[in-house]
Design a protein around this ligand. Structure first.
Ligand SMILES: Nc1ncnc2c1ncn2[C@@H]1O[C@H](COP(=O)(O)OP(=O)(O)O)[C@@H](O)[C@H]1O
Ligand SMILES: [Mg+2]
Length: 243
């Protein structure tokens, strides 16, 4: 029997026939503002709070304080769980922006992928992490000029996450082109064991959120597109027939 890990998102575990497969590496894709960061935070926060599964959150786009503040709007107190060594936030964003940081877990300026991998490894050992998020991959590759190097970096991170035997989520921003929606480097969806796609579409002059499980190796899952909302309590996935 495959063990399942609860996502912490009401309605999503049912669609996944019980949750994410323990130890798998999942990619969450979607355009800007589709809810990728909220979903990741909900996964890490609820895991630490309700399931006693410590988590590491690697933040590449947003500085930790910005993220903590946004997350607080949902009533999620990251700081408390950080103090209790249930959550570690690794600050990659400050270094990437060339800013100094007071964060206990942060990468130095001019970091490379091996330094990032090392920091993830250390942090996960420190709290015996069961869950890891890398938000986002698109930012990890920013220092590299050649696409081949960026792909290699993405492979390395994904391999490390699997080696650590944690359940992990990486995010990547999708781009819309004439051939449809694609991930930035075109490899992200192949290396991960599952892909959850988030959408924000205009319908009758109103934006609607929905999600689709595009791929989930080793398990049955719904193939329907499900509407979801970001409420004051976080993400809630609604039954598919309401879409
Ligand atoms: N407290 C909140 N209540 C309701 N919706 C929110 C709240 N905070 C953020 N959102 C919604 O979530 C969006 C941002 O989601 P986010 O996860 O940061 O997107 P992404 O990471 O995909 O760019 C905002 O544009 C807003 O629509
Ligand atoms: Mg984000």
């Amino acid at each position: 029997m495959l063990l399942r890990v609860k996502t912490g998102v009401p309605g999503l575990d049912g669609i996944l026939h019980g949750g994410l497969i323990k130890g798998s590496n999942i990619l969450v894709t979607g355009g800007p503002g589709t809810g990728k960061t909220v979903l990741c935070a909900q996964f890490i926060y609820s895991g630490a709070l309700k399931h006693d599964e410590p988590g590491v959150f690697v933040t590449v786009e947003e500085r930790p304080n910005e993220m903590r503040k946004e997350i607080e709007q949902f009533g999620w107190n990251m700081k408390e769980l950080e103090e209790n060594e249930k959550i570690i936030i690794i600050d990659v964003a400050s270094s990437k922006a060339g800013l100094s940081t007071d964060e206990p877990w942060a990468l130095k300026r001019g970091f490379d992928i091996n330094m990032l991998a090392q920091e993830i490894y250390k942090a996960s050992r420190e709290i015996d992490a069961q869950r890891i998020v890398v938000d986002s991959l698109s930012g990890v590759g920013i220092r590299y000029e050649k696409e081949a190097e960026i792909r290699e970096a993405i492979f390395k991170i994904s391999a490390l996450l699997r080696q650590l035997e944690v359940t992990s989520i990486m995010t990547t921003e999708t781009l819309t082109s004439s051939t449809g929606t694609v991930t930035r480097y075109g490899v992200e969806e192949f290396i991960s064991q599952g892909v959850i796609e988030l959408f924000l579409d205009e319908e009758n002059r109103e934006l609607k959120r929905s999600l689709l499980i595009r791929k989930m190796r080793g398990t049955a899952h719904s193939l329907k597109r499900f509407p979801f909302e970001i409420r004051s309590s976080g993400i809630v996935v609604l039954p598919g027939d309401e879409f």
